[in-house]
Design a protein around this ligand. Structure first.
Ligand code: NDP
Length: 339
């Protein structure tokens, strides 16, 4: 079959496309930066180059952006969405591209994909689930992040009020919650003939295979880890927010399985390898001599712990999760060139 992967030039999407190619699928990848897509063709996808085609989608917010790209596909993994914290305006920079990109993709899928389209899988996030909770709380797929959405809506209603400004991380979380909500709303109101599923990963670590021009261009989740490797962080800072990781190869598998497995339809999947602390990450890096520019003393900080119910991803998608040590080490090896 032919699978459309949106934002194929990104960290998670390049792995998802590679896993699909390895399993014999043909992949059409959308890209706004064609040189980054060409890099995949001659680099990590070289063995499968004849099964990989590139579709330019300059701006996912344009009306009809995906109308051409969806034609004739059997499945779609919609992964393109901004993940960064350079936020001047929460709506312009994050929320609008996330929501409009999702809606444009779904509309195109319904109108232009054709009769072979069976399923659309959307990359949502733990950001669409997490809300402030007491330590000990266990997160699962029944939960929704209304908290960040409320902050975004208060800002929208009163954008010039300084007390309504929202931190960049809350703006990002709102973008993911609203984008995923637009998926389920679309299904309810438009009743498309294709099925859908959502994948909700936590912080993604693991090897980088896509084109990255310099350290500053490393994707957001890996960059957080890179900062410890490169010694850019003066000390280990845990923070109070729930922290869990998942390896990018397991996220890619989750997308592939969610396209294939019958029972995955209509479901969202919390996608978690396990909780972590930055202290543990630093210990793994130290053990393997990957702390090249700095050394970090133990913090002694007490870190609140949370639970993550991954039963559904294991039972329905058949996922097996990579350990923190393997994931951190593979990440470190893949970003060595940027040190
Ligand atoms: P990347 O930044 O590597 O990938 C983002 C992709 O989206 C790139 O292909 C990028 O294109 C494209 N993109 C971003 N903004 C736009 C835009 N305005 N118009 C067109 N294309 C755009 O990050 P990830 O791979 O980490 O993220 C992919 C998805 O996974 C996102 O939906 C993110 O929310 C989600 N996610 C990520 C997690 C993580 O920890 N990494 C955790 C949970 C969810 P280009 O290459 O040209 O920049």
């Amino acid at each position: 079959g032919l699978i459309l992967v949106t934002g194929v030039t990104g960290y998670i999407a390049s792995w998802t496309a590679l896993k699909l190619l390895e399993q014999g699928y043909k992949v059409r990848g959308t890209a706004r930066t064609l040189s980054k897509a060409e890099y995949l063709k001659t680099g990590p996808f070289a063995k499968y180059a004849s099964n990989f085609e590139i579709a330019e989608v300059a701006d996912l917010e344009d009306d009809g952006a995906f109308n051409e790209a969806v034609k004739g596909v059997d499945g779609i993994a919609h992964i393109a969405s901004p993940f960064h914290y350079r936020v001047a305006d929460a709506y312009v920079d994050l929320i609008n591209p996330a929501v409009n990109g999702t809606v444009n993709l779904l509309k195109a899928a319904k109108e232009f994909a054709g009769p072979h389209l069976k399923r659309v899988v959307i990359t949502s996030s733990f950001a669409a689930i997490v809300e402030p909770q007491e330590p000990g709380h266990t997160f699962d797929e029944t939960q929704w992040n209304q908290h960040s959405v409320n902050l975004a809506e208060a800002f929208k209603a009163d954008p010039t009020n300084p007390s309504k400004q929202i931190p960049a991380n809350e703006a990002y979380r709102a973008s993911k919650a609203l984008a995923e909500r637009s998926l389920w709303d679309f299904v309810k109101t438009e009743k498309p003939s294709f099925e859908v599923a959502a994948i909700n990963p936590v912080f993604v670590f693991g090897p980088v295979i896509h084109s990255v021009k310099d350290a500053e261009s490393i994707n957001t989740s890996v960059f957080l880890l890179y900062k410890y490797i490169a010694g850019l962080n003066p000390k280990v800072e845990e923070g109070a927010a729930p922290k869990a990781f998942v390896d990018v190869r397991d996220v890619a598998d989750a997308h592939v399985r969610a396209l294939e497995v019958e029972e995955a339809k209509g479901q969202r999947f919390l996608n978690v390898g396990g909780p972590f602390t930055w202290g543990e990450v630093v210990e793994v890096l130290r053990k393997h001599n990957k702390l090249t520019k700095n050394d970090y003393p133990p913090t002694g900080e007490v870190v609140p712990t949370y639970g993550y119910n991954t039963t559904k991803s294991k039972e329905v998608l058949g996922l097996k999760y990579t350990s923190l040590e393997d994931s951190v080490l593979a990440t470190a090896d893949s970003v060595e060139a940027f040190l």
